[in-house]
Design a binder for this molecule. Sequence first.
Ligand SMILES: Nc1ncnc2c1ncn2[C@@H]1O[C@H](COP(=O)(O)OP(=O)(O)OP(=O)(O)O)[C@@H](O)[C@H]1O
Length: 278
Amino acid sequence: MGEQEFIRAEHINKTFSKQGKKIKAVDDVSLELYRGECFGLIGESGSGKSTLANVIAGLEKADSGAVYMDGPGGKINLLDAGNRKIQKEYCQKRQMIFQNPRLSFNPAMTIGKGLEEGVRYYTKIPAARRKELALENLELVGLKREYYDRHSSELSGGECQRAAIARALMIEPEFLICDEITSALDVSVQAQIMSLFMEIQKKKKMTCLFISHDLALVSSICNRIAVMYNGKIVESGDTKQIIYHSSSNYTQKLLQSVFFADRETMTRYERKKMESSI
Ligand SMILES: Nc1ncnc2c1ncn2[C@@H]1O[C@H](COP(=O)(O)OP(=O)(O)OP(=O)(O)O)[C@@H](O)[C@H]1O
């Protein structure tokens, strides 16, 4: 049976203006994600990954392009600004996890209340059940129930990213967008967060757009990847195919720097994952 399409971005363009200069952050990008897959988006810093993700998430307005998903009566364009109902429904289906987990939480609010925010906004679930849900999700990510009453400043970086994952799971999203979720963490903590993330993604069968500049990490968890450079997707498809038979000079350079030059500086976890993935 063929893969079932979950979301499709078509001809996305986004330009920023900075000090009178135009920066083409995303340049005519099209991308398709299958239901339940973890799709990797890689590329160096400034290549446009976050901007593309923000457009797909509905957090950034594109200059042009469309993002299609199944809706009542057929495909709907999520970028259709006129349709607030569609946008609210989509926001309930997707969640983002960012590089800096502390920014996911209001420092004045307890972790528990931070977890409950989305549920309070999107659903009519009563307060007692909201609290139960928050406690259940804290447990799911390996945090004790007492973290419910703590503040983000009282958590380590890794604990805070666990809490951010729990927060993202609260409204049971179908689609997770993960933007460099381990880059701000210590190497040993990165491995723990990655195995937690992979376990949850598989268990909940969520579709995921996983963004990272770390090709070794992405190739260890994603069967399909896209490589971005200068706002464009220079290559996309099967991860192994791209690693072994890349047709793009840029990907080849990226591969050389990650898999060969940096081999010595890789952590044992990264090396093991990379080697088992190719
Ligand atoms: N709000 C903004 N205003 C002006 N320029 C921006 C803005 N956001 C991004 N850019 C520019 O757009 C380009 C793409 O940035 P983007 O953050 O999408 O890249 P990235 O691949 O995610 O990089 P990183 O891995 O460092 O996060 C960069 O040149 C960046 O400076």
